[in-house]
Design a protein around this ligand. Structure first.
Ligand code: NAD
Ligand code: UDP
Length: 315
């Protein structure tokens, strides 16, 4: 297959590209390196079936991308709360104008399938638990996270409008917290923070009281889920949660990472600004039914692999 990935230098995009290249596909990747890493691109460039275009999907001349694609994975967008709060306008623009550019490219090029990485953040601070795809969410439309939450909600609306109006084959992945190799050391997400702090003997920073929960998915499972979403026939217009339902609070996560790294770091409790969701856990019944997909990697195994990666790349 011939596949286009936007956001290819990022954490999930680079893992997805590597897996698709390893399976013998040809991949064209676009990224403006806003939050992605040139190291991830250098590793992908070792494969002759990889073509890299450094550009911004909001402003680029889409004629730079030639030919037609079997699947377009549109992943470009800051994803870490620290990054999207630092780049709120860029986040709004890539999810709105950027998504429109890529959808228009799909239509014009006659490409077959469009997959967008949406997020569990569309559920906001959820009042329904676990979250099913039919839940509409509890989102502050003007708060500090709204550039991302509402950006993604607009992107979903745009994608579904193209589906209804132009009959394009689109699929929406609502991704829940994902971790693993190719994360950036300083992008501020909880797993990368706790691992780097533990490995460097620094205080492990829990925000708020640490009782808030998340459900963590290892990146190889996420890549399999996204790939299944792209290749499964007859699921145009479907919106599917992809994540691991194994829920835990941040105190337990901190203690687990301190133990796995053999660290002597102490836990400290810091404040966080508004709207941090209190709980988050995907209902993945739909993914199991439509994609035949469920996560395989345990948290302990995934964290061990991630700790090894952080030691090798950053210490
Ligand atoms: P990331 O920040 O590592 O990667 C995003 C990539 O998009 C980066 O390489 C960045 O440079 C690129 N990018 C941003 N704006 C761009 C633009 N205008 N033009 C071209 N490239 C641009 O984030 P990630 O964790 O790999 O997330 C990938 C996607 O998955 C995002 O859409 C994110 O919203 C979604 N997602 C991720 C998670 C997670 O836990 N990692 C959870 C939910 C949703
Ligand atoms: N968090 C934390 N310490 C950190 C970074 C994050 O306690 O150093 C918490 C954060 O408040 C949130 C959870 O961990 O409740 C997950 O945060 P992350 O930024 O990884 O992703 P989110 O799910 O909020 O998008």
């Amino acid at each position: 297959m011939r596949i286009l990935i936007t956001g290819v230098a990022g954490f999930i995009g680079s893992n997805l590209a590597q897996s698709l290249l390893d399976a013998g596909n040809s991949v064209v990747g676009v990224d403006n390196l806003l939050t992605g890493s040139s190291i991830n691109i250098e590793i992908l460039k070792a494969n002759n079936n990889f073509t890299y275009i450094q550009d911004d999907v909001v402003t680029m001349d889409m004629e730079r991308i030639t030919g037609t694609f079997d699947i377009i994975f549109h992943l470009a967008s800051p994803a870490s709360p620290v990054q999207y709060k630092k780049f709120p306008l860029e986040t709004l623009m890539v999810n709105s104008i950027g998504t429109k550019h890529v959808l228009d490219f799909m239509k014009k090029s006659g490409s077959k399938i469009f997959v967008i990485s949406s997020t569990s953040e569309v559920y906001g601070d959820p009042l329904e638990h676990p979250q099913t795809e039919s839940y509409w969410g509890n989102v502050n439309p003007v708060g500090v996270r709204s550039c991302y939450d509402e950006g993604k909600r607009f992107a979903e609306s745009l994608v579904m409008t193209y589906y209804r109006t132009h009959k394009l084959d689109v699929r929406i992945a609502r991704i829940f917290n994902t971790y693993g190799p190719n994360m950036e050391q300083n992008d501020g997400r909880v797993v990368s923070n706790f691992i780097m702090q533990s490995l460097q003997g620094q205080p492990v920073t829990i925000y708020s009281n640490g009782k808030q929960t998340r459900s963590f998915c290892y990146v190889s499972d996420m890549v399999q889920g996204l790939t299944s979403l792209g290749v499964t026939p007859n699921i145009a217009g479907e919106i599917i949660n992809i994540g691991n339902p194994n829920e835990m609070n941040m105190i337990d996560l901190a203690n687990k990472i301190i133990a796995l790294t053999g660290s002597s770091s102490k836990i400290v409790f810091n404040a966080i600004d508004g709207d941090d969701p209190q709980k988050r856990k995907p209902d993945i019944s739909k993914a199991k039914k439509l994609l035949g997909w469920k996560p395989q990697v345990t948290l302990d195994d995934g964290l061990q692999k991630t700790i090894t990666y952080f030691k090798e790349r950053f210490l």
